[in-house]
Design a binder for this molecule. Structure first.
Ligand code: GTP
Ligand code: MG
Length: 137
């Protein structure tokens, strides 16, 4: 697939990293085809992360993701899902490779600066969760 979905999470927004993260995304060859600054409700976050609702960290994840505004975006590039996950690095910034977005800007395993879709199918579902067809260019 040639599209993926991302969020710049509340920690990175609070820490002033929106511009630097968007620069890294552009420099890596991704084109932004949709973008908004928004704030997830508790219901939004629970629905977006429903796949994790049995996990012990689910409550923490929902409270973190609703703590402040996020940037949501759809990105276009060949091999987008895999290449974007390489650009952001491992879930835990302590394990993330040098130069990755999480290594540079994440705070902790829970507060890890960015989201990236994990499959083409989820990229479509997650993009549709945040954007109507008329908001993707
Ligand atoms: P996303 O791109 O955000 O989906 O991250 P991921 O695909 O690298 O990880 P995964 O989908 O397994 O987990 C989703 C999110 O849950 C992570 O990005 C973390 O923000 C959070 N998370 C995962 N494990 C833990 C944990 O042990 N504790 C806490 N507090 N949060 C966690
Ligand atoms: Mg995930």
């Amino acid at each position: 697939g040639n599209r993926t979905f991302t969020m710049i999470k509340p920690d990175a927004v609070e820490n002033g990293h929106i511009g630097a993260i968007l620069d890294k995304i552009s420099a890596a060859g991704f084109k932004i085809v949709a973008m908004k600054f928004t704030h997830l409700s508790k219901r939004d976050a629970e629905a977006f992360y429903a796949v994790h609702n049995e996990r012990p960290f689910f409550g923490e994840l929902v409270s973190f993701m609703t703590r402040g505004p996020i940037v949501a975006a759809v990105l276009e590039k060949d091999n987008a899902v895999e290449d974007f996950r390489a650009l952001i690095g491992a879930t835990n910034p302590a394990d993330a490779a040098e130069g990755t977005i999480r290594k540079l800007y994440a705070t902790s395993l829970g507060e890890n600066a960015v989201h990236g879709s994990d499959s083409d199918e989820n990229a479509v579902i997650e993009s549709a969760f945040h954007f109507s067809g008329r908001e993707i260019f």
